[in-house]
Design a protein around this ligand. Structure first.
Ligand SMILES: Cc1ncc(COP(=O)(O)O)c(C=O)c1O
Length: 473
C-alpha cells in the first residue's frame, strides 16, 4: 500500500549517516487506518504519528518498509497498520536501522522520555487541560481521576498506598520537604549523598553527623548505629548513588532506624524503577522520587510519606493541595507521564536490569582490555544495573570528553558539574585527586544498544591512547 508522507506538515532536520542534514518527515496516518490493541490510548486523535521517513519529498508515495517506526507499527496484508506496544523500545528499533551519534550514555543525569510515556501525556496538554483541583466541572474531574490513577501507579511500584504519595517537582524538592519539614534536632546522613540532601541538611543549622562511606561506597552499619543519638530526628541515606551507582543495604538501615525509633528518609531518585524498592520491606518512612531518572518527564517527582508515622510541615503554602503537604496546581501531564513510567518499569524491570547488566559487563570488559591501569570506583557487587564509574590514570576526564563530542558521558555528577572540584563522592570513598580528575561515569539505559557500547569503547580507547601519548613523561 502507498501512503503519503508529511501529512502533519511538520518536519525536522537530522543528520544522515554521512553527517549531512537530511529532512525528516513525521509520518502520520488517520486513526481509522489503524488497528490497535490499545485503541483507548488513541481516542482523542484524528491522526497518529507512526514513524519518521528520512529524505522523502512531500507527496512522494512511500512503502511501509521505508518507514522507521516509532513503535510496533506493522503493515498487514490488507494494508492496515497494526499497533501493539512492544517490549522493545521504539528508539532501539530506530537504532536497529543504523546508529547515529551522538550516543547518549549519561542516563544517571537524565533519561529520554519513553515514547509510551509521551503518548500517554499528550492528551493532558491538549483536549484534557483541566485543573485537577477544579471541583465544579468535568475538565477538573477527569484531571483529578488521571492524577489519582497515576498516584496509584507510583504507590504500587513503591509498595505504598496512594494516600502516601505527595507529588512534587522532583527529588530535589522532595528531599527539601522531608529534611526541612520533619523539624529534626539532629540528623545523621552520609558524605556520598546528593547535594540535594547535603545542602538542605547543612542549611538547617542543627547538629549533623555526616558518616564517611567505606572505600567500596557502602555504609558501615555499626557506625550508623553508634551515630544515632537520643535527640536524632532523622536518618537520611540514599538508595543508590548517582555517581558510582552503589546500592546501600537499605533494609538493614531501615531495621536499625526502627529499632532506634528514628524516621528513615531515603533518596531513591536513582533506584526507583530500576531495582525493586518497597517501603514496607525496606522500613522507609520518607522516600524521594524523580520521574526524569526513569524515562518520565522532567519537573515531576514525589515524596512518599508514611501515614500516621511522620508529620511534615509544608514548605509551600497555598491551596492546601497534596494532603496539605505541598500546595500548588498539579502538573497533570507530568504526573500522568510519571504514572505511566512506573507502570512500564513495573512490567519490565527484571528483564531490563538483566539486559543492562549484560551491556555494562560488555562495556567494562572492553574498556579493561583496551586501557591499561583502569580502575573501577565503587563496588561492582551492589550496584545499579546500568552504572559504571572508572578512572583512567594519567589523563584528565574533561580533556577526554572534549575530544569526544560524539559521546555523551559525565565526569562526575551532572547536577554539580557547574563546579570544577573533583567529585565529593569520589573524594569520600578515598579516590586520590589525580584519579578523580580522570574519572568518567557511564550511565547505560533502556535505549542503549550493544552497537553503541562498542562504538563508544572504540572511540574512548583511541582517545585515551592519544591523550596519554601527548602527556609529558
Ligand atoms: C540521587 C539524586 N537525588 C536527587 C536528584 C535531584 O533530582 P531532581 O532532578 O528530580 O530534582 C538527583 C538528580 O541528579 C539524584 O541523582
Amino acid at each position: 500500500m502507498d501512503l503519503i508522507a508529511g501529512e502533519l506538515g511538520f518536519s525536522q532536520f537530522a543528520s544522515d549517516q554521512h553527517g549531512a542534514p537530511a529532512p525528516v518527515h513525521f509520518f502520520s496516518v488517520p486513526v481509522s487506518l489503524l488497528q490497535s490493541e490499545n485503541k483507548d490510548l488513541l481516542e482523542h486523535f484524528n491522526d497518529v504519528v507512526v514513524g519518521v521517513v528520512i529524505v522523502v519529498q512531500k507527496n512522494h508515495p512511500i512503502k511501509g518498509d521505508q518507514l522507521f517506526p516509532f513503535q510496533d507499527f506493522r503493515f498487514r496484508s490488507d494494508g492496515r497498520l497494526r499497533h501493539s506496544l512492544p517490549p522493545v523500545s521504539a528508539i532501539s528499533r530506530q537504532n536497529g536501522y543504523g546508529m547515529h551519534p551522538p550516543v547518549y550514555l549519561d542516563n544517571q543525569a537524565t533519561t529520554p522520555v519513553d515514547p509510551r510515556v509521551f503518548e500517554a501525556m499528550v492528551p493532558w496538554f491538549t483536549a484534557k487541560f483541566g485543573n485537577a483541583a477544579s471541583r465544579s466541572h468535568r475538565f477538573g474531574w477527569e484531571a483529578e481521576t488521571a492524577v489519582d490513577q497515576a498516584r496509584k501507579r507510583v504507590a504500587a511500584l513503591a509498595g505504598a498506598t496512594a494516600r502516601e504519595i505527595v507529588f512534587t517537582s522532583g527529588a530535589t524538592e522532595s528531599n527539601n520537604l522531608a529534611i526541612r519539614g520533619i523539624g529534626a534536632r539532629h540528623i545523621v546522613t552520609m558524605g556520598t549523598e546528593h547535594k540535594a540532601v547535603l545542602d538542605p541538611v547543612k542549611r538547617l543549622g542543627i547538629p549533623v553527623t555526616i558518616l564517611p562511606p567505606r572505600p567500596d561506597g557502602l555504609i558501615d552499619l555499626d557506625q550508623l548505629r553508634d551515630a544515632i543519638l537520643p535527640e536524632t530526628g532523622l536518618v537520611s541515606v540514599m538508595y543508590a548513588n548517582n555517581e558510582i551507582g552503589t546500592v546501600q543495604p537499605v533494609r538493614e538501615i531501615g531495621a536499625i532506624c526502627r529499632e532506634k525509633g528514628v524516621p528513615f528518609h531515603c533518596d531513591a531518585a536513582q533506584a526507583f524503577g530500576k531495582i525493586p524498592v518497597n517501603v514496607e520491606e525496606d522500613g522507609i518512612d520518607l522516600m524521594s522520587l524523580s520521574a526524569h531518572k526513569m524515562y518520565g518527564p522532567k519537573g515531576v517527582g514525589a515524596l512518599y510519606v508514611r501515614r500516621r508515622a511522620v508529620r511534615l510541615t509544608a514548605q509551600m503554602d497555598g491551596g492546601g493541595h497534596e494532603f496539605g503537604m505541598r500546595s500548588g496546581t498539579l502538573n497533570v501531564p507530568g504526573i500522568v507521564g510519571f504514572g505511566e513510567a512506573c507502570a512500564i518499569a513495573a512490567a519490565g524491570m527484571d528483564a531490563e536490569a538483566e539486559r543492562l547488566c549484560g551491556l555494562r559487563d560488555r562495556l567494562l570488559a572492553a574498556l579493561r582490555s583496551g586501557i591499561d591501569g583502569m580502575r573501577v570506583n565503587g563496588t561492582m557487587k551492589d550496584r545499579l544495573p546500568g552504572n559504571l564509574n572508572v578512572s583512567f590514570p594519567g589523563i584528565s576526564a574533561d580533556a577526554l570528553l572534549m575530544t569526544l563530542p560524539e559521546i555523551a558521558l559525565s565526569t562526575g555528577s551532572a547536577c554539580s558539574s557547574a563546579t570544577v572540584e573533583p567529585s565529593h563522592v569520589l573524594r569520600a570513598i578515598g579516590v586520590p585527586p589525580d584519579l578523580a580528575h580522570g574519572s568518567v561515569r557511564f550511565g547505560l539505559g533502556r535505549f542503549n544498544t550493544e552497537e553503541e557500547v562498542d562504538y563508544a569503547v572504540s572511540r574512548i580507547v583511541a582517545a585515551v591512547d592519544r591523550l596519554r601519548a601527548l602527556a609529558p613523561t
